[in-house]
Design a protein around this ligand. Structure first.
Ligand code: SAH
Ligand code: SF4
Ligand code: F3S
Length: 440
């Protein structure tokens, strides 16, 4: 199994491998040994989607070589490329035995069985209500690298239809998991040693559901409930849309010490005409006001964002507005991308006006700015005491690595505690995105 794309794919891959384990499959590091090769794919930008086709090319040779030794190799494509192009892929690439979309993973064991029997399987159609009748959500997170920190999907899909984005088409419309299921999974994870939960959703703060009190809950109310799960010391959530940051969620940042003071809140652009063309349905000033309200609730909150440069029609003045917004907000971290026209999205109809060289140059300027903000943020922590969750052994045997509240890895002396412990430490230095710390 090889995973591309976002954290939800990481989470889904884990569930798929649990389901396959029930059928006797074991993970392997050596692809030549694999009886089943499954790619969990991402369709967000052209580069991401292209990787699938080069993977298929490579695995075709492997499949042929194994066939000559009389060994069968099944090849499956899961994830967002499967959902978007699976039908076409099965037709054009005979190497591929089955495709399965993100809403259909509960049918994986069946798809594998049918593919083994020689059928070409396309499992990308789904009835809307079956979305969370998924594979078992099992506490396998304890075996991952960040074993005491786990992902938990609470929401899937997106109804926002930003004009550049494929997610509403690949992940379907917004669906929320019921409170009871989420709390049960959180309790299972906590019992398995997990101390930190990151709630996942394409539009995670659009999550809503009926609370045990019979009232309609939003993500804020859900976080208060999850903070009560014994053993869970830290909560995070990603990714949020600015339009869904409601008062209860902001209040949760004020009230819940377990809710980490770090928020990934993408704005994409600082220019109103571009935000409009992107269908973000808010202005730059709305975003800045929102940031002020969040900071008023939790003054030490650090912000992270996503930015797209070179959206069709973006002028130098539009781009400058994005740099101005970044300067005003001050991000602890940011992810930035050159616009990539995606088939089937309204943005793709606009063409791709901004020249590649201009996109490159804007991306560089934007990244120089956010990198300097990130360095300043990290430098500002030196000398301060911070909380740390110890997550894994370090590169050297006398070290361990934990996470700060703001997601940076923190390197400490191994004897400062065990994996899963929370410690207060003093920051002594920084790398680009790493902190060094000692006993406080
Ligand atoms: N659910 C997330 C988005 C996931 S995509 C959210 O709403 O924030 C992650 C990021 O990829 C987006 O925030 C955007 O910055 C970027 N992205 C999405 N589509 C893109 C495209 N066509 N070209 C370039 N970047 C894109
Ligand atoms: Fe894509 Fe926009 Fe939905 Fe995020 S909010 S997943 S960027 S359509
Ligand atoms: Fe990629 Fe699908 Fe995630 S397109 S970013 S794997 S939702």
């Amino acid at each position: 199994m090889k995973t591309y794309g976002c954290q939800m794919n990481v989470y889904d891959s884990q569930r798929m491998s649990d389901a396959l384990a029930a059928d006797g499959y074991q993970p392997t590091e050596a692809i030549e040994d694999a009886d089943l090769v499954l790619f969990n794919t991402c369709h967000i930008r052209e580069k991401a989607a292209e990787k699938v086709y080069s993977e298929i090319g490579r695995v075709r040779k492997l499949k042929d070589a194994r066939a000559r030794q009389g060994r069968e190799t099944l090849v499956g494509i899961a994830g967002c490329v499967a959902q978007a192009e699976g039908r076409e892929m099965i037709r054009r690439a005979p190497t591929v035995d089955f495709v399965i979309g993100p809403q259909t993973y509960h049918r994986l064991p069946d798809a594998v069985a049918r593919a083994r029997a020689g059928e070409k399987v396309i499992a990308t159609d789904y009835p809307e209500e079956s979305k969370f009748e998924h594979l078992p959500h099992a506490p396998r997170a304890v075996q991952t690298k960040r074993g005491v920190a786990a992902f938990l999907t609470v929401q899937e899909g997106c109804d926002k239809f930003c004009t550049f984005c494929v997610v509403p088409y690949t992940r379907g419309s917004e669906t929320s998991r019921p409170v009871r299921q989420i709390v049960a999974e959180a309790e299972r994870l906590a019992a398995a040693g997990v101390r930190e939960l990151t709630l996942l959703g394409q539009n995670v703060n659009g999550w809503h559901g009926e609370g045990p009190d019979g009232r309609e809950w939003g993500l804020g109310e859900l976080l208060y409930r999850l903070a009560e799960v014994p053993g869970i010391a830290r909560l995070r959530y990603t990714t949020s849309h600015p339009r869904d940051m409601d008062d209860a969620l902001i209040a949760a940042h004020r009230d819940l010490p377990a809710l980490m003071p770090y928020l990934h809140l993408p704005v994409q652009s600082g220019s109103d005409p571009i935000l409009k063309a992107m269908n973000r349905r808010h202005k730059a000033s709305d975003y800045l006001r929102l940031i002020d309200r969040i900071r008023a609730a939790r003054s030490d909150i650090a912000l992270s964002g996503d930015f797209i440069v070179g959206f069709p029609g973006e002028t130098e003045a539009d781009f400058q507005a994005t740099l101005d917004l970044i300067a005003q907000v001050g991000y602890a971290q940011a992810f930035s991308f050159k616009y990539s026209p995606r088939p089937g999205t309204p943005g793709a109809e606009l063409g791709d006006h901004v020249e590649e060289a201009v996109k490159d140059e804007r991306l560089q300027r934007l990244q120089a700015l956010v990198n300097s903000q990130q360095a300043a943020f990290n430098q500002g922590l030196v000398g301060r005491t911070i909380d740390l969750l110890i997550e894994k052994p370090g590169r050297r045997p006398d070290q361990k690595v934990g996470r700060s509240p703001w997601l940076q890895p923190v390197v400490i002396d191994a004897h400062l505690g065990e994996i899963g412990d929370l410690r207060t430490v003093r920051v002594t230095g920084t790398g680009f995105n790493t902190l060094m710390a000692e006993a406080a």
